[in-house]
Ligand binder design. Structure first.
Ligand code: 5GP
Length: 193
């Protein structure tokens, strides 16, 4: 999505540790008109799939997931990061290594909100090593639900999460894929869709 690439070039800040900050429009202040355009684009890319639920992970995926869900007219479920899980049989759970916080979270979803009848689109803001998306895929597997696709705003293509997901046959679309980034420039992979 050209508009996203331009916005990242204009407003993104590259931080040590391969972190891209996009706090001006996605991760702190949220540019709703712009996020709306990303939501529409996800609808276009996944319109051939029978999606009845969107799954994301708190906190930064929730905004883009909710806006996208307005175009699919489906509920959003966000996996919760939990500090003390009480595994009483009512939850699906997995562990996810956080790229930005350098720690492992227990992540849970209630069995009430993810079931074998669900056809799920995963939406998240970033894809780096794939830990977050793989954890969500694990929860979908535990529930016996069907993964219909994964929609990512910004994929860091120099980390291997995206290539591994595509190699395993996941229907993954990223609105912008970064091949390399430095203080001075961000280089995007060309996409023809
Ligand atoms: P992964 O689990 O694929 O390694 O990393 C993806 C998760 O880490 C996303 O949910 C996102 O919140 C966070 N993340 C990874 N890389 C970046 C980055 O460069 N900038 C920001 N703001 N978040 C990132």
């Amino acid at each position: 999505m050209k508009e996203l690439e331009e916005k990242i070039r204009r407003e993104g800040q590259v931080r040590p540790g391969n972190i891209l900050k996009v706090d001006s429009f996605l991760n702190h202040q949220m540019d709703i008109d712009f996020i709306n355009e990303m939501g529409k684009e996800f609808k276009r890319l996944f319109s051939d799939r029978p999606i009845n639920k969107i799954l994301t992970i708190e906190a930064s995926g929730i905004g883009i997931a909710c806006i996208t869900a307005q175009y699919f007219h489906v509920p959003v479920v966000f996996a919760k990061k939990s500090y003390s899980i009480n595994l009483d049989g009512s939850l699906y759970s997995t562990k996810i290594q956080s790229f930005t916080h350098n720690r492992v979270y227990d992540v849970i979803v209630s069995k009430k909100y993810l079931t074998p009848n669900d056809h799920v689109l995963i939406i998240d803001d970033f894809l780096a090593n794939g830990c977050a998306v793989n954890g969500l895929i694990e929860l979908i597997g535990e529930a016996g639900a069907t993964l219909e696709g994964v929609g990512i705003c910004i994929e860091k293509g120099f980390q291997d999460g995206g290539s591994k997901l595509r190699a395993s046959g996941v229907n993954l679309h990223s609105l912008a894929i970064i091949d390399s980034m430095s203080d001075n420039d961000v280089i995007f992979r060309s996409q023809d869709e």
